[in-house]
Design a protein around this ligand. Structure first.
Ligand code: NAD
Length: 461
């Protein structure tokens, strides 16, 4: 581990902490100005971001980057700028009658210096969206993006350097070793997005400093197809959710649970939709490549393991995809013994498991780690309610995929192995604030009755 980087991290944290101490409660105008700078630099560099991400992935459609990295950051910042006056207000809180005329209130106070560690799959959005929430809440921010997207991370570091003072917000690039040094720092809050395995390590590192953490992790997000589902609509939306960014999306539908008699028509409909969305793969700029040769090999190994254990693999295309692109595959007759049903897939492979009775499918979900997302397709409200009430998931989209993530009015976060804590909109603001209860005693305090000498004071309780 490079001593210079460790030293740089420590010094930067101290500088940000000193700057925070001299401005512990930034005004609305200061916070809005910081968010406006995020918006301006994102707009100014949108095209460069699309190119950098595409370079990192070998190929990713510029339109996908505009939607998932540029538009998402812009709308998070816009939403925060609009709602900040309300979020920053000190809340009046009721006070129990026996404390009258004292008053309760709740102050939303910035925490101080926030650390953000982000993954490679949406390298700009997953670094900047938590940063937006932390800045809105009045904090200083230090970001450690992924080493697997070096062009985007370097560009983001430059954008931040040109638009923010280093003690306001800074990006420190580096690999897992830098991540380890970063997460051992005594931040006032640590916000980690990445795998469940690394999330456990980060939680332990943070525990040493009693630094509170938000962990945005992954998992196997099921798509539950009810018998009442419209197959054509379901297939279209599953195809989009699975193949966006070639399946490298934390909330991608990982696998499908479908009524046995619907599997064959669903497979046909999925193949048709996937081919319509991506008529070809190799020369098709719309179809994203796998982020690294190692990840490509991992996905290929999942397919080989499934085939060896008796799965039927159905490729969407007969052509080879070329480079680091991977041909999407439906994996039929998948079983729990296959690695593809044990690990988060994070690629364009879609196992489909048949069920005879909906309870079996519910039990299957309940037997496994609580997923980051759950998708339910159908028209039967009663059946939907059963699944909603009996299963846990970080968030749900009904009759579609992915889109619950885009809701600034709803919290986004995992549950159990898929994460701790939440952000987006006001939930992000609260994550990065200390909600400090203040009890203000009045000149005439009823609590005086409880002072010693006690005598018969408590006899009436
Ligand atoms: P990862 O856990 O390998 O890496 C994430 C970040 O942690 C990177 O910046 C990396 O450098 C750093 N890191 C690695 N080892 C570290 C260590 N020991 N200590 C400190 N930092 C360390 O994850 P990834 O492969 O970049 O991303 C894919 C995973 O992220 C998937 O599991 C996916 O589901 C999850 N994810 C979750 C969300 C969400 O919002 N919940 C969003 C995107 C991705």
């Amino acid at each position: 581990m490079n001593q210079d980087i460790e030293e740089h991290l420590r010094v930067t944290l101290e500088q940000q902490r000193a700057a925070f101490s001299s401005e512990p409660f930034p005004t609305l105008a200061i916070r809005r100005d910081r968010l406006a700078r995020v918006r301006a630099m994102t707009a100014q560099h949108a095209q460069a971001l699309a190119e950098a991400v595409s370079q990192d992935f070998e190929n990713r459609a510029h339109q996908e980057t505009m939607l998932t990295e540029v538009f998402t950051v812009q709308s998070a910042a816009r939403h925060a700028m609009r709602h900040l006056p309300g979020w920053m207000k000190t809340r009046r809180v009721p006070t129990a009658m026996h404390f009258w005329p004292a008053r309760n209130r709740l102050l939303r106070q910035p925490l101080g210096v926030v650390g953000v560690v982000s993954p490679w799959n949406y390298p700009y959005y997953l670094a900047m969206a938590p940063a937006v929430a932390a800045l809105a809440a009045g904090n200083r921010v230090l970001i450690k993006p992924s080493e697997l997207t070096p062009a985007t991370s370097e560009l983001m570091a430059r954008m931040v350097r040109e638009n923010f003072a280093p003690e306001e917000m800074q990006v420190v690039v580096g690999d897992a070793d830098v991540g380890r040094a970063f997460t051992s720092l005594p931040f006032d809050h640590l916000f980690f997005t990445g795998s469940t395995a690394v999330g456990r390590i980060v939680a332990q590192a943070a525990a040493k400093n009693l630094t509170p953490v938000t962990l945005e992790l992954g998992g196997k997000s099921p798509a539950f197809i009810d018998r009442s589902a419209d197959l054509s609509l379901t297939a279209e939306r599953l195809a989009f959710g699975k193949l966006l960014n070639a399946g490298q999306t934390c909330v991608a539908p990982d696998y499908v649970l479908a009524p046995r008699e619907m599997v064959a028509p669903l497979v046909e409909a999925l193949l048709a939709r996937m081919r319509a969305m991506y008529p070809s793969l190799a020369g098709n700029a719309d179809y994203t490549s796998i982020v690294s040769p190692r990840h490509h090999a991992r996905l290929q190994a999942l397919l080989d393991d499934a085939r060896a254990k008796g799965a039927r693999l159905v490729p969407t295309h007969t052509e080879t995809a070329g480079g680091r692109k991977l041909v999407p595959h439906l994996v039929l007759d998948a079983t729990e013994q296959m690695t593809v049903m044990q690990e988060e897939i994070f690629g364009p492979l879609l196992p489909i498991m048949a069920y005879d009775n909906a309870n079996e499918a519910v039990d299957f979900i309940r037997r496994h780690d609580r997923p980051l997302a759950l998708y339910w397709f159908g028209r039967d409200d009663q059946a939907q309610r059963q699944v909603m009430e009996r299963t846990h998931a970080g968030g749900v989209t009904v009759n579609d995929c992915i889109w619950h993530l885009g809701q600034e009015e709803q919290p986004f976060g995992g549950v159990g192995a898929s994460g701790i804590g939440a952000y987006h909109g006001e939930w992000g603001f609260r994550t990065f604030s200390k909600e400090k209860p203040i009890f203000e005693q009045s000149r005439f305090a009823g609590t005086k009755l409880f002072y010693p000498p006690y005598g018969a004071t408590f006899n009436h309780l």
